[in-house]
Write a protein that binds this ligand. Sequence first.
Ligand code: KG4
Ligand code: ZN
Length: 359
Amino acid sequence: MADYLEIAKEKFSSLRSKKDVVILAVESSCDETAVAIVKNGREVLANIVASQIEIHKRFGGVVPEVASRNHILAISNCYHEALKEANLTANDLDAVAVTYGAGLMGALLVGVNFAKALSYALKLPLIAVSHVHGHISANYISHKDLTPPFTCLMVSGGHTALLNVEDYCEINLIGSTVDDSVGECFDKVARVLGLSYPGGPNIDRCAKLGKNNIEFLNHTPLKNTYNFSFSGIKTAVVNFVHNRLQRGAEVDVNDVACSFQELVTDDLVEKTMRFLLESGSKKLVVAGGVGANSRLREKLEKVCHEFGVELYLPDLKFCTDNAGMIGSMAYYYMKSGIGLADLTLSAKPNVDISLSVKK
Ligand code: KG4
Ligand code: ZN
Protein backbone atom coordinates (compact mmCIF):
# COMPACT_ATOMS: atom_id res chain seq x y z
CA MET A 1 0.00 0.00 0.00
CA ALA A 2 2.74 2.46 0.98
CA ASP A 3 4.51 1.59 -2.26
CA TYR A 4 1.42 2.36 -4.27
CA LEU A 5 0.98 5.78 -2.64
CA GLU A 6 4.60 6.78 -3.28
CA ILE A 7 4.47 5.64 -6.90
CA ALA A 8 1.11 7.35 -7.53
CA LYS A 9 2.32 10.65 -6.04
CA GLU A 10 5.52 10.60 -8.05
CA LYS A 11 3.75 9.72 -11.29
CA PHE A 12 1.14 12.44 -10.68
CA SER A 13 3.77 15.16 -10.35
CA SER A 14 5.72 13.89 -13.36
CA LEU A 15 2.58 14.08 -15.52
CA ARG A 16 2.58 17.88 -15.32
CA SER A 17 5.57 18.05 -17.63
CA LYS A 18 4.83 14.95 -19.74
CA LYS A 19 4.13 15.71 -23.41
CA ASP A 20 1.20 13.37 -23.94
CA VAL A 21 -1.05 12.37 -21.05
CA VAL A 22 -3.60 9.60 -21.55
CA ILE A 23 -6.30 9.42 -18.85
CA LEU A 24 -8.92 6.69 -18.48
CA ALA A 25 -12.05 8.15 -16.87
CA VAL A 26 -14.99 6.50 -15.16
CA GLU A 27 -18.43 8.09 -14.66
CA SER A 28 -21.38 6.49 -12.84
CA SER A 29 -23.11 9.35 -11.00
CA CYS A 30 -26.64 8.68 -12.27
CA ASP A 31 -28.00 6.35 -14.94
CA GLU A 32 -25.14 6.17 -17.46
CA THR A 33 -22.22 3.82 -16.93
CA ALA A 34 -19.42 5.48 -18.85
CA VAL A 35 -15.72 4.93 -19.46
CA ALA A 36 -13.63 7.14 -21.74
CA ILE A 37 -9.99 7.56 -22.68
CA VAL A 38 -8.86 11.14 -23.22
CA LYS A 39 -5.51 12.45 -24.45
CA ASN A 40 -4.27 15.85 -23.24
CA GLY A 41 -7.70 16.93 -22.06
CA ARG A 42 -9.07 17.48 -25.55
CA GLU A 43 -8.79 14.38 -27.71
CA VAL A 44 -11.28 11.61 -26.98
CA LEU A 45 -9.76 8.25 -27.97
CA ALA A 46 -12.73 6.24 -26.68
CA ASN A 47 -16.11 7.21 -25.30
CA ILE A 48 -18.25 4.30 -24.08
CA VAL A 49 -21.67 5.05 -22.57
CA ALA A 50 -23.93 2.20 -21.42
CA SER A 51 -27.23 3.98 -20.95
CA GLN A 52 -29.85 2.71 -18.50
CA ILE A 53 -32.62 4.92 -19.91
CA GLU A 54 -34.66 1.97 -21.18
CA ILE A 55 -34.43 0.27 -17.76
CA HIS A 56 -35.63 3.34 -15.82
CA LYS A 57 -38.30 4.38 -18.34
CA ARG A 58 -40.88 2.02 -16.91
CA PHE A 59 -40.44 3.59 -13.44
CA GLY A 60 -40.83 7.13 -14.83
CA GLY A 61 -37.44 8.17 -13.41
CA VAL A 62 -34.14 6.88 -12.08
CA VAL A 63 -34.45 4.33 -9.27
CA PRO A 64 -31.16 4.64 -7.33
CA GLU A 65 -30.83 0.98 -6.29
CA VAL A 66 -31.60 -0.21 -9.81
CA ALA A 67 -29.02 2.24 -11.18
CA SER A 68 -26.30 0.95 -8.80
CA ARG A 69 -26.98 -2.68 -9.69
CA ASN A 70 -26.80 -1.98 -13.40
CA HIS A 71 -23.57 -0.01 -13.03
CA ILE A 72 -22.07 -3.10 -11.40
CA LEU A 73 -23.17 -5.25 -14.33
CA ALA A 74 -21.89 -2.86 -16.99
CA ILE A 75 -18.72 -1.23 -15.71
CA SER A 76 -16.17 -3.92 -16.43
CA ASN A 77 -17.39 -4.32 -20.02
CA CYS A 78 -17.29 -0.57 -20.53
CA TYR A 79 -13.63 -0.56 -19.42
CA HIS A 80 -12.64 -3.31 -21.86
CA GLU A 81 -14.66 -1.71 -24.67
CA ALA A 82 -12.92 1.62 -24.08
CA LEU A 83 -9.44 0.09 -24.38
CA LYS A 84 -10.55 -1.74 -27.51
CA GLU A 85 -12.04 1.38 -29.11
CA ALA A 86 -8.87 3.38 -28.38
CA ASN A 87 -6.71 0.50 -29.57
CA LEU A 88 -4.66 0.73 -26.38
CA THR A 89 -3.68 -1.55 -23.52
CA ALA A 90 -3.71 -0.73 -19.82
CA ASN A 91 0.05 -0.09 -20.06
CA ASP A 92 -0.61 2.95 -22.25
CA LEU A 93 -2.57 4.73 -19.51
CA ASP A 94 -1.05 7.52 -17.39
CA ALA A 95 -3.82 7.98 -14.83
CA VAL A 96 -7.29 6.88 -13.81
CA ALA A 97 -9.96 9.54 -13.19
CA VAL A 98 -13.36 9.13 -11.61
CA THR A 99 -16.45 11.17 -10.76
CA TYR A 100 -16.65 11.20 -6.95
CA GLY A 101 -19.71 13.53 -6.75
CA ALA A 102 -22.26 14.98 -7.11
CA GLY A 103 -24.77 12.25 -7.76
CA LEU A 104 -26.51 9.20 -6.36
CA MET A 105 -24.44 7.72 -3.55
CA GLY A 106 -24.76 4.04 -4.49
CA ALA A 107 -24.24 4.75 -8.18
CA LEU A 108 -21.16 6.88 -7.54
CA LEU A 109 -19.64 4.22 -5.26
CA VAL A 110 -19.60 1.70 -8.11
CA GLY A 111 -17.43 3.96 -10.27
CA VAL A 112 -15.27 5.12 -7.37
CA ASN A 113 -14.50 1.57 -6.22
CA PHE A 114 -13.84 0.36 -9.75
CA ALA A 115 -11.43 3.27 -10.36
CA LYS A 116 -9.68 2.72 -7.01
CA ALA A 117 -9.13 -0.97 -7.77
CA LEU A 118 -7.90 -0.16 -11.26
CA SER A 119 -5.45 2.52 -10.17
CA TYR A 120 -4.11 0.26 -7.42
CA ALA A 121 -3.67 -2.72 -9.76
CA LEU A 122 -2.04 -0.61 -12.49
CA LYS A 123 -0.07 1.56 -10.02
CA LEU A 124 -1.46 4.72 -11.56
CA PRO A 125 -2.48 8.00 -9.92
CA LEU A 126 -6.18 8.32 -9.14
CA ILE A 127 -7.79 11.69 -9.93
CA ALA A 128 -11.12 12.53 -8.24
CA VAL A 129 -13.24 14.80 -10.43
CA SER A 130 -16.41 16.78 -9.72
CA HIS A 131 -19.19 15.90 -12.12
CA VAL A 132 -20.21 19.56 -12.44
CA HIS A 133 -16.71 20.61 -13.50
CA GLY A 134 -16.78 17.75 -15.97
CA HIS A 135 -19.83 19.28 -17.65
CA ILE A 136 -17.87 22.51 -18.21
CA SER A 137 -14.95 20.53 -19.62
CA ALA A 138 -17.21 18.88 -22.23
CA ASN A 139 -16.73 22.15 -24.09
CA TYR A 140 -12.94 21.77 -24.25
CA ILE A 141 -13.58 18.55 -26.19
CA SER A 142 -16.14 20.10 -28.54
CA HIS A 143 -14.17 23.32 -29.10
CA LYS A 144 -10.43 22.80 -29.40
CA ASP A 145 -9.81 26.59 -29.40
CA LEU A 146 -11.80 27.33 -26.23
CA THR A 147 -9.79 28.63 -23.28
CA PRO A 148 -10.86 30.43 -20.08
CA PRO A 149 -11.81 33.07 -19.04
CA PHE A 150 -15.50 32.76 -19.88
CA THR A 151 -18.99 32.85 -18.39
CA CYS A 152 -20.69 29.49 -18.06
CA LEU A 153 -24.40 28.72 -17.95
CA MET A 154 -24.62 25.36 -16.18
CA VAL A 155 -27.94 23.65 -16.87
CA SER A 156 -27.97 20.00 -15.85
CA GLY A 157 -30.29 17.56 -14.15
CA GLY A 158 -28.66 18.35 -10.80
CA HIS A 159 -27.49 21.97 -11.14
CA THR A 160 -28.52 25.29 -12.57
CA ALA A 161 -25.99 28.07 -12.16
CA LEU A 162 -24.17 30.98 -13.68
CA LEU A 163 -20.42 30.68 -13.27
CA ASN A 164 -17.41 32.85 -13.82
CA VAL A 165 -14.67 30.52 -15.13
CA GLU A 166 -11.53 32.63 -14.72
CA ASP A 167 -9.21 29.73 -15.43
CA TYR A 168 -9.48 25.93 -15.81
CA CYS A 169 -9.46 25.53 -12.03
CA GLU A 170 -10.68 28.97 -10.92
CA ILE A 171 -14.46 28.73 -10.97
CA ASN A 172 -16.69 31.21 -9.13
CA LEU A 173 -20.41 30.93 -8.54
CA ILE A 174 -22.41 33.98 -9.66
CA GLY A 175 -25.90 32.64 -9.06
CA SER A 176 -27.69 29.32 -8.77
CA THR A 177 -31.11 27.84 -8.29
CA VAL A 178 -32.65 28.34 -4.89
CA ASP A 179 -34.79 25.21 -5.26
CA ASP A 180 -35.11 22.74 -8.18
CA SER A 181 -32.66 22.46 -11.04
CA VAL A 182 -33.97 23.26 -14.50
CA GLY A 183 -33.47 19.63 -15.65
CA GLU A 184 -35.50 18.36 -12.71
CA CYS A 185 -38.25 20.82 -13.66
CA PHE A 186 -38.28 19.60 -17.30
CA ASP A 187 -38.50 16.00 -16.06
CA LYS A 188 -41.36 16.71 -13.59
CA VAL A 189 -43.40 18.64 -16.16
CA ALA A 190 -42.89 15.86 -18.71
CA ARG A 191 -44.08 13.34 -16.17
CA VAL A 192 -47.34 15.17 -15.44
CA LEU A 193 -47.88 15.40 -19.21
CA GLY A 194 -47.47 11.63 -19.49
CA LEU A 195 -44.21 11.88 -21.44
CA SER A 196 -41.61 9.22 -20.80
CA TYR A 197 -38.30 9.54 -18.95
CA PRO A 198 -36.03 11.45 -19.49
CA GLY A 199 -38.54 14.24 -19.94
CA GLY A 200 -36.33 17.02 -21.28
CA PRO A 201 -35.88 15.68 -24.83
CA ASN A 202 -39.61 14.84 -25.03
CA ILE A 203 -40.67 18.34 -23.95
CA ASP A 204 -38.24 19.70 -26.55
CA ARG A 205 -39.83 17.51 -29.25
CA CYS A 206 -43.48 18.28 -28.29
CA ALA A 207 -42.82 22.01 -27.92
CA LYS A 208 -41.91 22.16 -31.60
CA LEU A 209 -45.46 21.07 -32.44
CA GLY A 210 -47.21 23.39 -29.97
CA LYS A 211 -48.05 27.07 -29.46
CA ASN A 212 -46.94 29.42 -26.69
CA ASN A 213 -50.51 30.26 -25.70
CA ILE A 214 -50.85 29.37 -22.00
CA GLU A 215 -50.25 31.70 -19.07
CA PHE A 216 -49.48 29.65 -16.00
CA LEU A 217 -50.90 31.20 -12.87
CA ASN A 218 -48.78 32.42 -9.96
CA HIS A 219 -45.54 32.17 -11.81
CA THR A 220 -42.98 34.94 -12.07
CA PRO A 221 -39.27 34.13 -12.31
CA LEU A 222 -36.98 35.67 -9.65
CA LYS A 223 -36.15 39.24 -10.66
CA ASN A 224 -33.08 41.45 -10.04
CA THR A 225 -30.87 38.57 -9.07
CA TYR A 226 -28.68 36.00 -10.79
CA ASN A 227 -30.38 33.24 -8.83
CA PHE A 228 -33.02 31.04 -10.38
CA SER A 229 -36.16 29.41 -9.02
CA PHE A 230 -38.00 26.67 -10.86
CA SER A 231 -40.26 25.10 -8.26
CA GLY A 232 -42.96 27.78 -8.81
CA ILE A 233 -43.26 27.15 -12.53
CA LYS A 234 -43.19 23.40 -11.97
CA THR A 235 -46.10 23.62 -9.51
CA ALA A 236 -47.98 26.05 -11.78
CA VAL A 237 -47.80 23.60 -14.70
CA VAL A 238 -48.77 20.63 -12.53
CA ASN A 239 -51.77 22.59 -11.14
CA PHE A 240 -52.79 23.72 -14.62
CA VAL A 241 -52.80 20.14 -15.93
CA HIS A 242 -54.61 18.71 -12.88
CA ASN A 243 -57.28 21.45 -12.93
CA ARG A 244 -58.06 20.82 -16.57
CA LEU A 245 -58.19 17.06 -16.10
CA GLN A 246 -60.48 17.44 -13.07
CA ARG A 247 -62.83 19.57 -15.14
CA GLY A 248 -62.79 16.97 -17.87
CA ALA A 249 -61.13 19.45 -20.23
CA GLU A 250 -58.49 18.38 -22.74
CA VAL A 251 -54.83 19.09 -22.18
CA ASP A 252 -52.89 19.97 -25.30
CA VAL A 253 -49.54 18.43 -24.39
CA ASN A 254 -47.72 20.26 -27.18
CA ASP A 255 -49.04 23.68 -26.13
CA VAL A 256 -48.22 23.08 -22.45
CA ALA A 257 -44.72 21.89 -23.39
CA CYS A 258 -44.17 24.89 -25.64
CA SER A 259 -45.51 27.48 -23.15
CA PHE A 260 -43.49 25.98 -20.31
CA GLN A 261 -40.30 25.76 -22.35
CA GLU A 262 -40.64 29.37 -23.56
CA LEU A 263 -40.98 30.65 -19.99
CA VAL A 264 -38.05 28.69 -18.62
CA THR A 265 -35.68 29.38 -21.51
CA ASP A 266 -36.57 33.10 -21.45
CA ASP A 267 -35.58 33.23 -17.79
CA LEU A 268 -32.27 31.41 -18.42
CA VAL A 269 -31.43 33.64 -21.38
CA GLU A 270 -32.46 36.90 -19.70
CA LYS A 271 -30.31 36.31 -16.59
CA THR A 272 -27.35 35.08 -18.58
CA MET A 273 -27.41 38.03 -20.96
CA ARG A 274 -27.86 40.52 -18.12
CA PHE A 275 -24.78 39.10 -16.42
CA LEU A 276 -22.78 39.18 -19.66
CA LEU A 277 -23.70 42.82 -20.29
CA GLU A 278 -23.09 43.91 -16.68
CA SER A 279 -19.78 42.08 -16.39
CA GLY A 280 -18.54 42.90 -19.89
CA SER A 281 -17.82 39.21 -20.52
CA LYS A 282 -17.84 38.39 -24.24
CA LYS A 283 -17.62 34.59 -24.09
CA LEU A 284 -20.46 32.29 -23.07
CA VAL A 285 -20.15 28.54 -22.59
CA VAL A 286 -23.16 26.30 -22.01
CA ALA A 287 -22.84 23.09 -19.96
CA GLY A 288 -25.09 20.19 -18.89
CA GLY A 289 -27.95 18.11 -20.26
CA VAL A 290 -30.45 20.94 -20.71
CA GLY A 291 -27.80 22.52 -22.94
CA ALA A 292 -29.12 20.06 -25.54
CA ASN A 293 -32.46 21.89 -25.59
CA SER A 294 -33.01 23.14 -29.12
CA ARG A 295 -35.00 26.24 -28.11
CA LEU A 296 -32.43 27.32 -25.52
CA ARG A 297 -29.65 26.89 -28.10
CA GLU A 298 -31.65 28.86 -30.69
CA LYS A 299 -32.41 31.75 -28.33
CA LEU A 300 -28.82 31.96 -27.07
CA GLU A 301 -27.48 31.91 -30.63
CA LYS A 302 -29.74 34.81 -31.54
CA VAL A 303 -28.96 37.08 -28.56
CA CYS A 304 -25.26 36.29 -28.51
CA HIS A 305 -25.06 37.22 -32.17
CA GLU A 306 -26.97 40.44 -31.45
CA PHE A 307 -24.67 41.46 -28.57
CA GLY A 308 -21.40 40.29 -30.11
CA VAL A 309 -20.87 37.48 -27.57
CA GLU A 310 -18.97 34.35 -28.67
CA LEU A 311 -21.16 31.33 -27.88
CA TYR A 312 -19.86 27.81 -27.23
CA LEU A 313 -22.34 24.94 -27.12
CA PRO A 314 -21.14 21.40 -26.41
CA ASP A 315 -21.79 18.71 -29.05
CA LEU A 316 -25.04 16.97 -28.15
CA LYS A 317 -23.31 13.72 -27.18
CA PHE A 318 -21.15 15.59 -24.64
CA CYS A 319 -24.07 17.60 -23.17
CA THR A 320 -25.50 14.69 -21.22
CA ASP A 321 -23.49 12.42 -18.93
CA ASN A 322 -20.33 10.84 -20.36
CA ALA A 323 -16.83 10.04 -19.10
CA GLY A 324 -15.03 12.02 -21.83
CA MET A 325 -15.78 15.23 -19.95
CA ILE A 326 -14.41 13.70 -16.72
CA GLY A 327 -11.15 12.68 -18.45
CA SER A 328 -10.86 16.20 -19.82
CA MET A 329 -11.35 17.92 -16.46
CA ALA A 330 -9.00 15.44 -14.77
CA TYR A 331 -6.25 16.63 -17.14
CA TYR A 332 -6.76 20.27 -16.09
CA TYR A 333 -6.94 19.34 -12.38
CA MET A 334 -3.64 17.49 -12.83
CA LYS A 335 -2.06 20.48 -14.64
CA SER A 336 -3.01 22.63 -11.62
CA GLY A 337 -1.69 20.01 -9.19
CA ILE A 338 -5.07 19.17 -7.67
CA GLY A 339 -7.39 16.15 -7.55
CA LEU A 340 -4.90 13.41 -6.58
CA ALA A 341 -6.85 10.96 -4.43
CA ASP A 342 -5.79 7.90 -2.46
CA LEU A 343 -7.57 4.65 -1.71
CA THR A 344 -9.63 6.27 1.05
CA LEU A 345 -11.60 8.17 -1.61
CA SER A 346 -15.34 7.94 -1.11
CA ALA A 347 -18.33 9.26 -3.01
CA LYS A 348 -20.11 12.54 -2.16
CA PRO A 349 -23.74 13.20 -3.06
CA ASN A 350 -23.11 16.98 -3.08
CA VAL A 351 -20.02 18.95 -4.05
CA ASP A 352 -19.14 22.65 -4.26
CA ILE A 353 -19.30 24.17 -7.71
CA SER A 354 -16.75 26.86 -6.90
CA LEU A 355 -13.12 25.84 -7.24
CA SER A 356 -9.86 27.61 -6.58
CA VAL A 357 -6.22 26.54 -6.54
CA LYS A 358 -5.03 30.01 -5.48
CA LYS A 359 -6.60 29.97 -1.98
O1 KG4 B 1 -26.36 16.96 -17.23
P1 KG4 B 1 -27.23 15.78 -17.20
O2 KG4 B 1 -26.95 14.66 -18.11
O3 KG4 B 1 -27.36 15.16 -15.78
C1 KG4 B 1 -26.89 15.70 -14.58
O4 KG4 B 1 -25.69 15.91 -14.41
O5 KG4 B 1 -27.76 15.94 -13.71
O6 KG4 B 1 -28.68 16.32 -17.48
C2 KG4 B 1 -29.79 15.52 -17.55
C3 KG4 B 1 -30.97 16.44 -17.71
C4 KG4 B 1 -32.30 15.69 -17.59
O7 KG4 B 1 -33.10 16.42 -16.70
C5 KG4 B 1 -32.84 15.74 -19.01
O8 KG4 B 1 -34.24 15.76 -19.06
C6 KG4 B 1 -32.25 17.04 -19.52
O9 KG4 B 1 -30.96 17.05 -19.01
N1 KG4 B 1 -32.24 17.14 -20.98
C7 KG4 B 1 -32.94 18.06 -21.66
C8 KG4 B 1 -32.74 17.80 -23.04
N2 KG4 B 1 -31.88 16.72 -23.14
C9 KG4 B 1 -31.60 16.34 -21.85
N3 KG4 B 1 -33.75 19.05 -21.23
C10 KG4 B 1 -34.34 19.81 -22.15
N4 KG4 B 1 -34.20 19.62 -23.48
C11 KG4 B 1 -33.41 18.63 -23.96
N5 KG4 B 1 -33.27 18.46 -25.28
ZN1 ZN C 1 -24.53 15.34 -15.58
